[in-house]
Design a protein around this ligand. Structure first.
Ligand code: SF4
Length: 195
């Protein structure tokens, strides 16, 4: 970055500078104390990046293909710093794509319970959320009240056209998956895309 300032001072600005992606452990806590009051939701980010690169989505290009995860104690601390009773977890996919990502999500939910954070929150996940009873139960007990899920299309042909291979490969029953999530008192908001 300093190089860019020096280039500007000497009138030799390049047309483009790229700093790469920050290591997520180095990202400082958001200054929630500087925000105004009276919002319905506070917001927190716990992960960045997505390897799935669906054809209609900007996340892989914008935040990278590597799924980067903040340290769980830092996330719990930030939950505690937020004044609002309700929190929007802005991650594009809170549970990631691998077993280790799901283990980390469970660790986060257990830690929120242990810290007695007492917030209600909503998050974005993939439909794989519905495949793990323990994950859903822990999320619910940790305050999860709703999940936003990108179904994108109800048909295999639609999923193929949209490049949403992740949902297609599973060849799953969406209706049954939604019912499983709802049984944990978690609301499901579906997102559908057009080709
Ligand atoms: S899985 Fe979700 S976040 Fe990842 S690329 Fe596809 S739409 Fe975007």
């Amino acid at each position: 970055m300093g190089g860019g300032l020096e280039d500007a001072r000497s009138g030799r600005l390049k047309s483009r500078y790229s700093g790469g992606f920050a290591e997520i452990e180095d990202v400082p806590f958001a200054r929630h104390d500087l925000l105004g009051t009276g919002y319905a939701f506070g917001a927190v980010q716990t992960t960045r990046g997505c390897p799935l690169n669906c054809s209609f989505c900007s996340v892989t290009a914008f935040n990278g293909a590597r799924y980067r995860q903040r340290l769980v104690p830092d996330v719990v601390r930030e939950f505690q710093m937020i004044r609002e009773k309700r929190i929007l977890v802005v991650d594009d996919n809170l549970i990631g794509t691998r077993a280790s990502h799901i283990a980390r999500a469970k660790d986060l939910f257990r830690s929120l319970m242990r810290a007695d954070v007492r917030k209600e929150w909503v998050a974005q996940t993939t439909i794989n959320f519905a495949d793990d009873e323990e994950l859903m139960a822990l999320a619910s007990r940790a305050g999860c009240r709703g999940v936003f899920i990108g179904f994108e299309s109800p048909t295999p042909q639609g999923l193929r056209e949209l490049g949403k291979k992740f949902n297609l490969l599973k060849n799953r029953d969406f209706r049954a998956s939604v019912r499983r999530i709802q049984k944990h008192n978690i609301l499901v908001v579906g997102s559908f895309a057009t080709a």
